[in-house]
Design a protein around this ligand. Structure first.
Ligand code: WT7
Length: 654
């Protein structure tokens, strides 16, 4: 096991405890620890009854025959026999209840332009775009790639797909052309929805150009739909005759209504590609009914959503956080939310607090890496603003260090707002470990307790229960992934084989404390979390070895003050080739092109060899120790112990 020791050290001394304020608890959906415990017990004793009750709160064209069908485990089925539609539950249901005029999205563009969109308007836009897609020949089951900035059309496109049963595959707009190509080919995408550009720190990112490059050789793509974002910054956007159309042209002459397709429970809702330990990113599959119920209920309870809340999640819809906690979970609950296009420090470092003040945000959900950046920028940006509308804070994406947690608690939450530190994954679909804000006493840096129906365990490799070890999930839950697109074997091998199908294996290390709380200790595999972005070290390694001068490479994650983790690359150059800054630059350009700028390593070190066992396995533990400047432990199992001395000296030289 290769748990990150530094995070284990910093959290193992943490004993502060913060019970929810009685005022908050009094009006919370789940009020007090006893209420949480009772409902949790119920959810574990009789999960089917628990989930059926939750599902009753939503709309179904036809109800289920069975809640959970485990007959083909690990290919679990939830709410089998039912028919439903996520877009119906996000939109039509609220209009039918007379809440159509309520604001669904207060959208704010980075340059300061803004749009307020009611649930009724959202419904109209979704229906029109759904009809436009149909008019272009899109059918139920077709895969649609979405590569958009954080503009309302991103949520509209997602919901339009759901409405007609097309499968969306959102690609975060920071990914490169090569990444688009890989995803489009893997899922045989027939349509790509993009924009001429999107704003980031005052600049226009020319997204359509990146799409053009990415899909140049993808014959499966018949249609490219382009949203016009850049009125103020006209982008030279070349439209390919017969393939490309403007979004505004397509929606100009279609019907206003588009009936929601009655979807089967296990119909594929979306694919979202994420990194693993080997090879190319995998297309995580989420289906309809189970994901619907899970995203709805976790949103309701973990954010304690009420009808008068103004919710803001700062994630991008390109990641799972945005799928579940901007689009599906939040809109199913019918609350008002803020959606912001740009950077937190544009035009200045107070932008987020301006937005909270302006829209009177009551629930704020962000990432530890952002919190650490706010801390660095200084308290003045915060104290000048009125944040008194806030009542609940959340974090997601990576472990939060107690220092950042305390700053968030004091500076943003004014010691009044509970903090929900939510542990979950692309694969889990929704929150798995999290405080219940009106019930759980929180501890800085701790994801605390399981959500309803989730039964965690901490195990050794051999499946024995321990206090600190590998996190495992025992029971299936409705939001769970249903597979890896096109690769059922990889799905079984990656998530279900570790403990012979008895537990789901998430890939994180964890520790249980004296209160039974669970602390997440970081990944136990070769996945690195850079600013909350999940990156497989193998992906970078395979890019580096494509360079003609590179023989071999190993990439490791190391602690980073702001990003949580950073990447350090060790590269062995073929004998006689130059190893200099020029080569470093070429390697960085290759990462930009193959993955995206966010995956750039902090450092690239050249070495004549890499530390290996006698059987030829690269010893990453040693590389991590070198990169962290640690004392090296036992190196006698190495084939050539002198390799590490060379590397260490190089590392110190910088
Ligand atoms: C990995 C999943 C969850 C949506 C965004 C990331 C790490 C996530 C926490 C947390 C400690 C966390 C885990 C997990 N992680 N949230 N609250 N505390 N670690 O989704 O890209 O699928 O990454 O992020 O290591 O396995 P993802």
């Amino acid at each position: 096991m290769t748990t990150d020791n530094s995070s284990m050290e910093s959290v193992s001394h943490e004993h502060r405890k913060f019970p929810p304020a009685s005022e908050f608890a009094a009006s919370a959906h789940i009020s007090g620890e006893a209420a949480y415990k009772a409902l949790y017990e119920k959810s574990i004793q009789d999960p089917e009854a628990f989930w059926a009750e939750a599902a009753e709160e939503l709309h179904w064209f036809k109800k289920w025959d069975s809640v959970l069908d485990a007959s083909e485990a690990p290919f679990f089925k939830w709410f089998d026999g039912s028919r439903t539609n996520l877009s119906y539950n996000c939109l039509d249901r609220h209009i039918e209840a007379g809440r159509g005029d309520k604001i669904a999205i207060h959208w704010e563009g980075e340059p300061g332009d803004a749009r307020d969109i009611s649930y009724k308007q959202m419904h109209l836009e979704v229906c029109r775009f759904a009809n436009a897609m149909k008019a272009r020949g899109v059918k139920k089951g077709d895969r649609i790639a979405i590569y958009l900035p954080m503009i309302p059309e991103l949520a509209i496109a997602v919901l339009a797909c759901a409405r007609i049963g097309a499968v969306h595959s959102v690609i975060f707009a920071g990914f490169s052309a090569d990444s688009i190509r890989d995803r489009v080919l893997d899922s045989e995408t027939c349509m790509v929805i993009t924009a001429d550009g999107g704003y980031r720190r005052g600049k226009m990112l020319e997204l359509k150009q990146i799409v053009d490059e990415g899909i140049a050789s993808c014959e499966c793509v018949k249609d490219v739909v382009v949203v016009k974002r850049g009125d103020a910054h006209p982008v030279d956007c070349k439209m390919q005759e017969g393939r490309d159309s403007w979004y505004h042209d397509l929606v100009a002459d279609v019907e206003d209504d588009c009936p929601a397709e009655e979807m089967e429970a296990e119909d594929l809702l979306f694919l979202l590609y994420t990194s693993g330990t080997t090879g190319k990113p995998k297309g995580i599959m989420h289906t309809t009914a189970g994901y619907q119920v899970y995203s709805y209920l976790t949103s309701k309870y973990v954010f304690d959503l009420k009808q008068d809340d103004v919710y803001w999640c700062t994630a991008d819809v390109g990641w799972i956080t945005g799928h579940t906690y901007i689009v599906y979970g939040i809109m199913q609950n019918g609350v008002t939310q803020v959606m912001y296009e740009g950077a937190p420090n544009h035009p200045d470092e107070g932008r987020f607090w301006d937005i909270i003040e302006k829209y009177k945000v009551s629930i704020f959900y962000t990432a530890p890496t952002a919190i650490r950046a706010f801390m660095k920028w200084g308290d003045d940006w915060v104290t000048r603003k009125d944040l008194s509308s806030l009542r609940l804070l959340g974090t997601v994406g990576e472990p939060i260090n107690p220092e950042a947690w305390m700053w968030y608690h004091k500076m943003i939450g004014a010691e009044r707002c509970p903090i929900v530190d939510t542990w979950w994954q692309t694969e889990t679909g929704g929150h798995m470990l999290t405080p219940m804000p009106g019930a759980t006493a929180t501890k800085p840096g701790c994801a605390t307790v399981p959500f309803f129906g989730v039964e965690p365990a901490i195990l050794t490799d051999d499946g024995e229960t321990v206090e600190a070890g590998i996190l495992a999930i025992k029971k299936p839950w409705p939001g769970m992934l249903r597979g890896i697109y096109g690769d059922p074997q990889r799905f079984k091998d990656t998530y279900w084989c570790k403990w012979d199908g008895k537990y789901y294996f998430p890939g994180d290390g964890a520790r249980r404390d004296e209160d039974g709380y669970i602390w997440i200790l970081g990944r136990v595999d070769d996945v690195v979390n850079v600013s909350g972005h999940r990156i497989g070290t193998a992906e970078l390694e395979s890019v580096f070895v494509e360079h003609k001068d590179v023989a071999e490479s190993a990439v490791v994650g190391v602690p980073h003050e702001i990003k949580g983790q950073g990447l350090v690359a060790f590269v062995t150059v073929i004998d006689g080739r130059e190893q200099d800054d020029h080569l470093r630059k070429e390697l960085v350009t290759m990462i930009d092109k193959s993955i995206g700028k966010f995956a750039r390593p902090e450092r690239i070190l050249f070495s004549s060899d890499l530390p290996k066992t006698r059987s030829g396995k690269i010893m990453r533990r040693i590389l991590r120790d070198i990169a962290e400047g640690k004392e090296l432990g036992n190196v006698t199992t190495l084939a050539d112990p002198t390799v590490v001395q060379d590397l260490q000296q190089q590392y110190l030289k910088g």
